[in-house]
Design a protein around this ligand. Structure first.
Ligand code: NAP
Length: 247
């Protein structure tokens, strides 16, 4: 068994998740990342190799309890250990005004972004409790604080995430486990590439720094929360948004 700590990042194939994977590796973690398809898992595997990252890529559909159970089993077998840090990053948007929203848009977003949090945190927190040490970090969103027209489903999931983290933080605080959120503003990834240039320009105008953030901006906050330096921070949300929203 290696003495390196293990970090599991869901949705590590691109965007914020991939940046977190790279930064956690720089901080000395074994990095385990997930993708939803053979293609994206292979892409991540390649990224890990190219960047000489000690870790492994796994298949995961976060909506599916069996897929989560398999992930837990495979990691336990591969490493004879379980993750010290769980980073709940995988998430989707599926926007529409409430009156036009299909049931599938609502339920798919809730299932992917929030019911998944219950499923995956429950299984991975148990060994952390036994070890009396651990970190759970969840990627929420600025819109959890501000609301956003066209995103009732997404905002429900991302604000639910903050409440979930506060409650779990209280349950496990005496076991040396912290549970926190990082709330990104608008970050340049595939998720925001759905916006056209005019929309991006309009968004940037409203951000005090006048620009969208990079995935690395989020990764640095995550690595800090994972570190020993953040051991007295729990149930907290770090906003990383260029000043777009100040609580
Ligand atoms: P992204 O580029 O769209 O990447 C999403 C990641 O999630 C991919 O790795 C994807 O895997 C994975 N994923 C999607 N559905 C999944 C499922 N059912 N099971 C497991 N994994 C799944 O997203 P991003 O912009 O990096 O966002 C990452 C997180 O930050 C999300 O939770 C998002 O809500 C949050 N966030 C993003 C922004 C932003 O401006 N970008 C702002 C606030 C919050 P595949 O590659 O296999 O599809």
């Amino acid at each position: 068994m290696s003495n390196k700590k293990i970090a599991l990042i869901t949705g590590a194939t691109r965007g914020i998740g991939l940046a977190i994977a790279k930064d956690m590796s720089r901080h000395g973690y074994i990095v385990l990342g997930t993708g939803t398809s053979e293609n994206s898992v292979n892409y991540l595997k390649n990224e890990l190799e190219l960047n000489k990252i000690d870790g492994k890529a796994y298949l995961l559909d976060i909506k599916d309890q069996e897929s989560i159970n398999n992930l837990f089993k495979n990691i336990s077998e591969d490493y004879s250990d379980t993750p010290d840090v769980l980073i709940n990053n995988a998430g989707i948007t599926n926007d529409n005004l409430l009156i036009r929203m299909d049931d599938s848009q609502w339920f798919d977003t809730i299932e992917t972004n929030i019911n998944s949090l219950y499923k995956i945190s429950k299984i991975f927190v148990k060994p952390m409790i036994k070890k009396r040490n651990g970190r759970i970090i969840c990627i929420s969103s600025v819109v959890a604080s501000t609301g956003n027209a066209g995103q009732t489903n997404y905002v429900t999931s991302k604000s639910g995430m903050i409440g979930f983290c506060k409650s779990l933080a209280k349950e496990v605080a005496t076991r040396g486990i912290t549970v926190n959120c990082v709330s990104p503003g608008f970050i340049e990834t595939d998720m925001t590439n759905k916006l056209n240039d005019a929309q991006k320009e309009q968004i940037s105008k409203n951000i005090p720094t006048n620009k969208m953030g990079s995935p690395e901006d989020i990764a640095y906050a995550v690595s800090f929360l994972a570190s020993d330096k953040a051991s007295y921070i729990t149930g907290e949300t770090i906003n990383v948004n260029g000043g777009l929203f100040m609580p």
